[in-house]
Design a binder for this molecule. Structure first.
Ligand code: AMP
Ligand code: MG
Length: 473
């Protein structure tokens, strides 16, 4: 089988990668395959057995140059050397529109960057990434995609033995803030410059002729991050591990380890078992986005200006734009969730009053907005008495409620990957029953349609209480 691979990443200086073959697996069996995505990437049709061989890493595609990427990162605020400890980039493929995508095997075995890890992943964790990344895609949020999950036929040891699997991840690129940190720390200015040039050509080609490419690049990444985090806040997504190695330069959501969606509106929600201080809690995601950008800025300083003081001054000016830009985007998004046409003081106050009620009454984030937009007034206010008075104000502000509802449809999802449904699907899948997984995947493909049939009434009370997620298992 052939994919028209190119390997532009391998043209970077050698310090940025190690050639690395995926480790073979014992008995590859295809669990799921994303036919639509495969089609857009020009991946030929093949038998299930053939797909399992290729997307487990047992057989290499012609033209593939498998490599593990080197990168560093700040994990929970601390700098560490990392790299692909359980992934290999097979190569890059152009989609039907001519856009380049990395095709990467994740959980494909140990690499020089494994740091004592086994290089493998559990079927549950790989399916979790598949489900949630696809859900994000259909919600209209920039994200890496999932092409395939292949069971390895091998056991992976965690707290107990689990079925192993390999995920194929598709991304605009796997360049991270941590790749720049790595270049700054270990590569010398020549490598840092090579990385910047490569990244601009690949992801921000409109900046190629800019007189200060590094500064313009920082600005562009700042804008994509403000947009991305606004989108997370729109749907109640909590990434869970916003370390700088998990912040993609392309502005895509990446690394679906401990992520989860919030049910009851509680800005302090945190699910990740290792996030003891709530660093990556829902409400703190924009602050961390800004923090991560400052790390990127730090790495880029020598390229921004040869005079360090001037470089700091220029970078700081860009970083100072982040929070106002994010807030502007967030306010516009929130007002759109209410179907409001204008973003002014009155609209923002109305939105914040609703959020205040939702927080106090522990109302479901998704369902409250969904019923405002899709149900009639009686059904909306039946969620809680406190909404009655608010609804009167809302009607007064929007005027024509029908057109307000039309405006908010694309903004308020009906279907999100509910934690209890995700867990149920994964448990059943590991027991050999694939049906709940595919049923949920199917429902997640049309998140803005079918109010009556959506999963609205099916969120048990207190479902988030004690819910815990785990990193990259
Ligand atoms: P993550 O928390 O998934 O972003 O991973 C952080 C780092 O740990 C990355 O360098 C990963 O490649 C590495 N890593 C995660 N799980 C494993 C594993 N099972 N074996 C080896 N390296 C791993
Ligand atoms: Mg990661």
């Amino acid at each position: 089988m052939q994919i028209d691979f190119s390997n532009t990443y391998a043209t970077l200086p050698e310090a940025f990668f190690t050639a690395q073959l995926p480790q073979k697996v014992e008995a590859p069996k295809l669990f799921c395959f994303n036919d639509n995505l495969a089609h857009t990437l020009g991946i030929p049709r093949a038998s299930t057995d053939e797909l399992a061989e290729y997307f487990s890493g047992n057989i290499l595609f012609e033209g593939s140059f498998p490599l593990a990427m080197a990168y560093a990162g700040h994990q929970f605020g601390h700098f560490t050397m990392l790299g692909d400890g359980r992934a290999v980039l097979l190569g890059e493929a152009l989609d039907l529109a001519g856009k380049r995508h990395d095709i990467q095997l994740k959980a494909s075995g140990v690499t020089p960057y494994s740091r004592g890890g086994d290089g493998r992943g559990t079927l549950g964790a790989m399916l979790r990434e598949y489900l949630i990344s696809e859900a994000m895609h259909y919600l209209g949020i920039p994200t890496t995609r999932s092409l395939a999950v292949v069971e390895t036929g091998e056991e992976v040891m965690r707290e107990k033995p689990h079925k192993g699997a390999v995920l194929t991840r598709v991304a605009s690129s796997h360049l991270r803030v941590g790749t720049f940190e790595y270049a700054r720390q270990y590569g010398g200015q020549k490598n840092l410059k090579a990385l910047l040039e490569y990244t601009i050509t690949r992801l921000y080609p409109h900046l190629e002729k800019h007189p200060n490419k590094a500064l313009a690049f920082l600005h562009a990444v700042m804008e994509t991050q403000a947009a991305l985090i606004t989108e997370w806040m729109r749907v109640g997504f909590i990434h869970g591990v916003m370390n700088t190695d998990n912040m993609s330069i392309s502005g895509e959501t990446i690394d679906y380890g401990p992520c989860a969606f919030m049910n009851a509106y509680e800005p302090k929600t945190v699910f990740s078992s290792i996030d003891r201080t709530g660093r990556y809690r829902f409400e703190h995601q924009p602050v961390i986005g800004g923090w991560n950008l400052s790390v990127l800025a730090g790495a880029l300083l020598p390229l921004i200006d040869s005079d360090e003081d001037k470089a700091v001054e220029k970078a700081t000016a860009v970083l100072e734009e982040f929070m106002p830009l994010y807030e502007q985007k967030y306010d516009a998004m929130l007002c759109k969730k209410l179907g409001l046409k204008t973003v002014d003081k009155e609209s923002k106050a109305l939105a914040n009053t609703l959020l205040g009620i939702m927080e106090q009454k522990k109302l479901d984030y998704t369902n409250t907005f969904a019923s405002l937009g899709f149900a009639d007034k009686e059904r909306f206010v039946s969620l809680d008495d406190a909404l009655k008075e608010w609804h009167v104000q809302w009607e007064h502000t929007v005027g024509d409620t029908a057109s307000a509802k039309a405006r908010m449809r694309s903004c308020n999802p009906l279907v999100i990957p509910r934690n209890h449904l995700v867990e149920e699907a994964l448990v059943k899948a590991q027991e050999g029953n694939k049906e709940p997984f595919f049923a949920l995947l199917d429902a997640l493909k049309t998140p803005y349609e079918g109010y009556e049939n959506a999963q609205l009434p099916r969120v048990p009370d207190g479902v988030d209480v004690g819910y815990k997620t785990f990193c990259g298992t």
